[in-house]
Design a protein around this ligand. Structure first.
Ligand code: COA
Ligand code: AMP
Length: 632
């Protein structure tokens, strides 16, 4: 069936639609009811069903005779290694790890933090939790100890599973000292830590608390899958909000399986035996959905790539992996393609590889600029499909569904809403606007299966962040418009979230760190245009009266402070000292106007500005910086 028919079918009978889709999953107790609106506007799906994600991702494929097929291919140019794990091997490894966790007292509902680089053991840890009904929370390796500590205190894990180190092209990332520091900082202490000792760095274990990965599992009885309720949290994934406190997005078990399974066929056109590659990191939602769960639910082969788009060893890395492992659908962030394009503008390196198995390139994580899409399409000669989604939804809100028959591509648009999503563009008063008019993008409630039912231990924050502003809708935090054909255009965020190299970051969190510097009286962080990373954070600092130190020294300390507190992933490298910040008469900092000045765009003097002269001072200060957007 084609997209329009499928979308109408969903509109006509949303519950019947998802009950049908649930038929693709193995259940212990089959769902008989799809939507649970008992606590509307808080919704659940498949509450009464019972099932297990690990069973559906592993055991069922082994039972169906796919045991010898590759489940994971680990391709690691940073360590110079590659290896394949079959479905049967993966099932055995995961059930042993789950058995060891169970022996140490981990049961359904317990939280387990996973802090690991791109190694298969990260997926094994996620799946072992799923096997027991334990709730994992994966923390990205580029975050500092402080961020890890915040997450430990929020989700109070019984155990932490970590690796001794990660490997960036320019350095070894010492995970274990970061983990130790985080546990010291946190009020909550895990009962135990399991440490995967890597060859590149063997970490010192804390006696009585830490146990090495292999020792932990030695001689242990493997664990079977524990069926859980449909609304049981499969995982918590923290994402940036407007403040320093990250939001713990909860993923419900049943809806997650049903929706991901649906997307593999309908959006990515992937089935059992195909090879799928999402070049992201398990620490992000793309990694959860499309490195770990969805490809395995579909019985496909997933690639765990421990490398970069460039520099490991060069801009041919992606094409080598695609050719060598016969990747059928490839998913990455536009920033990664921009990095490749910068190093190989004529796409010469692609020509060296047989890319004939590749059917499409999928892009998400940030706005895909037309240049990048055109460049990739021209050189790869396959459809380049932009699709739009968020950590909160776990899969695409809007896409061009390859598996249902590709719709005409409009460059600059992630195409059309997927079944389950009634997307509306609203004005400030919450009224739908005409096609072509910019507004806040909202989704009519209920959201479809698999999307967040709430935030971990923060129901009021969930209501306030997503449901209050436009009653009856979920507020996405994105602004944009719909055209006459129903294609969506995602233009900007409406909040203090910026997107740096496909990573979602909170300027509010960076401001909180800068404000803690002893010489900083007031500050603002804005996201300025960056030709490689999309956006890049820039700090504006007002110093305390009487501070007569070299401003460059304060800037250096502030840069180091953000790296130390949030982590290298914040990519906070630039700040400037100014006398005053531009504000409205009610005291709100005019960040959007400063972004326009920094990016060299036209801007209007805001009517509510307190003192117009300040914007001249800001313009002068920004001129002194090497800002990509302000050039020309
Ligand atoms: N562990 C520890 N540190 C990490 C890390 C990790 N897993 N990932 C990134 N970092 C560090 C980097 O080493 C870098 O540190 P540095 O300041 O010492 O150089 C810093 O965080 C910023 O990293 P990054 O944003 O990746 O910039 P980069 O200049 O190293 O690389 C790109 C630029 C475009 C190649 C890279 O950003 C990239 O591959 N982006 C794609 C992102 C992606 O797939 N996102 C997922 C959304 S789908
Ligand atoms: P994250 O939760 O990290 O996946 O970030 C989600 C945010 O990234 C969205 O709210 C958008 O602001 C942005 N984003 C993701 N995909 C796209 C896309 N295809 N086009 C434009 N913006 C996107």
């Amino acid at each position: 069936m084609a997209y329009a028919q499928i979308y109408s079918k969903w509109q006509a009978d949303p519950e019947g639609y998802w009950l049908d889709a649930a038929g693709a999953i193995d259940w212990e107790v089959k769902p008989t009811r799809a939507l649970n609106a008992d606590r509307a506007p808080l919704y659940e799906w498949f509450t009464e069903a019972m099932g297990n994600t690990c069973w559906n991702a592993l055991d069922r494929h082994v039972v169906a005779g796919r045991g010898t097929q590759a489940a994971i291919i680990h391709d690691s140019p940073v360590t110079g290694t590659k290896h394949v794990i079959t479905y049967a091997e993966l099932r055995d490894r995961v059930s042993r790890l789950a058995g060891a966790l169970r022996l140490k007292g981990v049961v359904k509902g317990d939280r387990v933090i996973i802090y690991m680089p791109m190694v298969p053991e990260a997926l094994e840890a996620m799946l072992a939790c799923a096997r027991l009904g334990a709730i994992h929370s994966v923390v990205f390796g580029g975050f500092a100890a402080n961020e890890l500590a915040v997450r430990i205190d929020d989700c109070t894990p019984k155990a932490i599973i970590a690796a001794s180190c990660g490997i960036e092209p320019n350095r070894v990332v010492h995970y274990k000292p970061l983990l130790d520091a985080a546990i010291d900082m946190a009020d909550h202490k895990p009962d135990f830590c399991v440490i995967l000792q890597r060859e590149q760095e063997v970490a010192k274990l804390v006696e009585g608390r830490d146990v090495a990965w292999h020792t932990f599992q030695f001689g242990v009885e493997p664990a079977d899958c524990v069926p859980v309720e449909g609304n049981h949290p499969a995982y918590i994934l923290y994402t940036s909000g407007t403040t320093g406190a990250p939001k713990g997005v909860v993923r419900p078990t049943a809806g997650h399986m049903v929706a991901l399974m649906w997307t593999m066929r309908a959006i990515y056109n992937i089935g059992a035996g195909d090879v799928f590659w999402a070049a992201s990191d398990v620490g992000w939602v793309v990694g959860h959905s499309y490195i770990c769960y969805a490809p395995l639910l579909a019985g496909a082969t997933t690639i765990v790539y421990e490398g970069k788009p460039v520099g490991t060893p060069d801009a041919s890395a992606f094409w080598r992996v695609i050719a060598e492992h016969r990747v059928k659908s490839f998913f990455t962030a536009p920033t990664a393609i921009r990095a490749v394009k910068r190093d190989d503008p004529d796409g010469k390196l692609m020509g060296k590889f047989d890319l004939s198995h590749l059917q499409a390139l999928f892009l998400a994580g940030e706005r895909a600029d037309p240049d990048t899409i055109e460049w990739a399409g021209r050189h790869l000669n396959v459809p380049v499909i932009d699709h739009w989604w968020q950590t909160e939804t776990g899969y695409a809100i809007a896409a061009n569904p390859l598996g249902l028959g590709l719709l005409p591509v409009k460059i600059g648009s992630p195409s059309v809403p997927m079944p389950g999503y009634d997307v509306q563009v609203l004005d400030e008063g919450g009224h739908p606007v005409a096609p072509g008019t910019l507004g806040a993008i909202a989704i009519k409630l209920p959201l479809p299966p698999g999307t967040l039912p709430g935030l971990w231990n923060a129901e009021e924050r969930f209501r306030k962040s997503y449901l209050h502003h436009f009653p009856g809708y979920y507020e996405t935090g994105d602004a944009g418009y719909v055209d006459e054909d129903g294609y969506l255009y995602i233009m900007a965020r409406t909040d203090d979230v910026i997107n740096v190299a496909g990573h979602r970051l909170s300027t509010g969190a960076m401001e909180e760190v800068l404000a803690s510097h002893r010489d900083v009286a007031e500050c603002a962080v804005i996201g300025v245009a960056d030709s490689l990373k999309g956006q890049s954070p820039l700090g504006l600092l007002c110093l305390n009266k009487g501070v007569d130190r070299d401003p460059a020294e304060v800037v250096r300390e502030c840069v180091a402070l953000v790296r130390d507190r949030i982590g290298p992933v914040a990519d906070f490298k630039r700040a400037v000292v100014v006398d005053r910040l531009p504000k409205t008469r009610s005291g709100k900092i005019l960040r959007a106007t400063m972004v326009k000045i920094a990016d060299g765009q036209d801007w209007k003097m805001p009517a509510t500005i307190d003192d117009p002269a300040i914007l001249d001072e800001i313009t002068q200060a920004l001129r002194g910086l090497d800002l990509a957007g302000a050039k020309g």
